[in-house]
Design a protein. Structure first.
Length: 125
């Protein structure tokens, strides 16, 4: 069997990114290094790891390079909660729209984290 173990993203401000992924996306922080170089979130059976370094830079959203986006599969309540928190904070997003994913047709919404990485939330059924 092959599966994802973890996905890692760079964070220019670890506190801002932790707040975003906990308060907006609704992930659970499972650990943070004392030197503020890393924060780890549980995502199902996998992990999202944020790495922080003083030389890290946010991505230029006008230039496509590297990763395109990260998609999270959520149950209906969690999906609706993220959408509501995006609206409450007046954060820009695209969707919801129907498209194909790992489990067939599903509803998808796209938005960016504090460093410009594009995220997708998806719900099925």
């Amino acid at each position: 069997m092959t599966s994802f173990d973890h996905l890692s993203l760079c964070a220019t401000n670890l506190d801002n990114s932790i707040s975003f992924f906990t308060d907006v996306v609704g992930l659970t922080l499972v650990s943070r290094r004392e030197d503020d170089s890393q924060a780890v979130f549980q995502v199902g059976e996998s992990l999202l790891v944020l790495f922080h370094g003083d030389a890290y830079q946010s991505i230029d959203t006008d230039i496509r390079s590297g990763m395109h986006h990260v998609a999270f599969c959520l149950d209906s309540d969690a999906y609706d909660g993220v959408l509501l928190r995006l609206q409450e904070r007046a954060l820009p997003y695209r969707g919801p729209t129907m498209n194909k994913g790992a489990h067939g047709e599903g509803l998808a919404t796209y938005f960016r984290d504090p460093d410009g990485n594009e995220l997708e939330i998806k719900k099925y059924g």
